[in-house]
Ligand binder design. Structure first.
Ligand SMILES: [Fe+2]
Ligand SMILES: [Fe+2]
Length: 224
């Protein structure tokens, strides 16, 4: 499915038209300069890139479980916890409490529209994560006996989040091109407030370091 097919339902049509005479992106003014404000969605996409690296490790985990290899439960637990803190607690809060309300105020529909779809996918992701928590406990007590079931559910989760980010990145591109200066600044300020209020957001540096440590650990284990 290409972007055009996915959004053929009128998502792009519901976006506002950019006002004539948009400002020079280099003209930084006010509490958050315009250049900074226009980087709002770029910053969220950069977070997606980090989240994809974590999903890659979950996919590697699925591969090992499918091969019947033992994957230590604490390693899976660490991946899930990291994903929860950075993805569900911090990243989703920026979207649901900062960016999405600004998009809604600027003509992108929530009820029955793309924002409702995205928020529902966040909820579904949390539900799958809760299931994974429970399955991981069973995996420990069953001594790996439910490896395939755990792999199935991990794959469901990874697939959901990958597709979700793909949809969002289309929306973000459209938003970056169409939101006026004021709306972009409102979104940037709202995101900054979320970042200041959540410890999980302030620990971004820790997340990246831990991600790199886990990547080197996983790469150190030979495939097959
Ligand atoms: Fe999202
Ligand atoms: Fe996102």
């Amino acid at each position: 499915m290409c972007e055009g097919e996915y959004f053929a339902g009128g998502m792009a049509d519901s976006l506002p038209t950019a006002p004539a005479g948009r400002l020079d992106p280099g003209a930084a003014t006010g509490y958050l300069g315009l250049r900074e404000a226009m980087e709002v969605t770029d910053a969220l996409v950069a977070e997606h890139d980090a989240m994809r690296r974590l999903l890659d490790l979950l996919t590697r985990t699925v591969g090992r479980l499918r091969e019947g290899r033992q994957v230590p439960a604490p390693a899976i637990r660490r991946l899930l916890d990291l994903n929860r803190q950075f993805g569900e607690v911090c990243h989703h809060a920026k979207e649901e409490h900062a960016l999405f309300p600004v998009l809604e105020a600027n003509g992108i529909s929530r009820e029955g529209g793309p924002l409702q779809v995205l928020v529902e996918e966040h909820r579904l992701g949390r539900s799958l994560m809760a299931e994974l928590d429970q399955m991981l406990e069973q995996y420990i007590y069953a001594d790996g006996g439910i490896s395939n079931l755990l792999a199935d559910r991990l794959e469901d989760y990874v697939g959901l989040v990958r597709e979700h980010m793909w949809k969002e990145e289309y929306l973000f591109r459209v938003a970056a091109e169409n939101l006026n200066e004021r709306a972009q600044r409102e979104a940037a300020e709202a995101i900054a407030r979320v970042e200041e209020s959540l410890a999980a957001c302030q620990a971004r540096g820790d997340f990246v370091r831990e991600l790199e440590r886990l990547e080197s650990t996983f790469l150190a284990v030979p495939a097959g």
